[in-house]
Design a protein around this ligand. Structure first.
Ligand code: GAR
Length: 203
């Protein structure tokens, strides 16, 4: 087996503004030579997404995923960039099985609730926070998990709890959870990349 790249070549898939993407880039940059992952590809199903604007601004390769359900095309894109770790950051399309199988254990997502609660198809963004408040929950949070063939059902890697305050709106809760995501996700990406690098070296 050939040794993997260090830092691990990482792709971030994002549909929206890309604040988690930015938090990951900034955190890894701040680690300097200790960073175990490096974002070398940003891919989005939306050509006009903030994530792709960020890619251009930071001279990171950007790609539009023209047909999100085309697993073979996505595998080709990721392989052409020798991607070792796939990070979903607000990517709202279903990731085809070809990709989740090929990168099993090396594809992760962040979800803005304490999974397994308030996850699954159709549960994303504001809808999650609306449902949390409607259910009268006193805490919410963010979960990083492996991505498998079912929406939000892969093995949980890390969670961060956030209080639901009296009078919270979906937007105020979303902002507090997002702030927690920005510390949880970059740290978890680094930790997983360290683990993957060590595992591959000893394989
Ligand atoms: C984040 O809150 C993320 O947890 C959520 O979308 C937002 C993306 O924000 N993802 C989901 O709801 C996935 N089911 P960002 O583009 O600013 O990082």
């Amino acid at each position: 087996m050939t040794a993997p790249d260090f830092p691990l070549r990482t792709a971030v898939l994002a549909s929206g503004g890309g604040s988690n993407l930015q938090a990951i880039i900034d955190y890894l940059d701040g680690l300097g030579p200790a960073r175990a992952a490096q974002v070398v590809l940003i891919a989005s199903d939306r050509a006009e997404s903030g994530a792709l604007t960020k890619a251009r601004a930071q001279h990171i390769e950007g790609a539009v995923i023209g047909a999100p359900a085309d697993g073979a095309a996505l595998v080709t894109l990721l392989e052409s960039h020798r991607i070792g770790l796939v990070v979903l950051a607000g990517y709202l399309k279903f990731v085809p099985h070809e990709v989740t199988r090929r990168w099993a254990g090396r594809i992760i997502n962040i979800h803005p609730s304490l999974l397994p609660k308030f996850g699954g198809a159709g549960m994303y963004g504001r809808r999650v926070h609306q449902a949390v408040i409607a259910a009268g929950e006193t805490e919410s949070g963010a979960t990083v998990h492996h991505v498998n063939e079912e929406f939000d059902r892969g093995e949980i890697i890390a969670r961060e709890r956030v209080r639901v305050e009296q009078g919270d709106s979906p937007d105020s809760l979303a902002a507090r959870v997002l702030a927690a995501e920005h510390t949880l996700y970059p740290r978890t990406v680094q930790e997983l990349a360290v683990k993957l690098s060590n595992t591959s070296h000893s394989a």
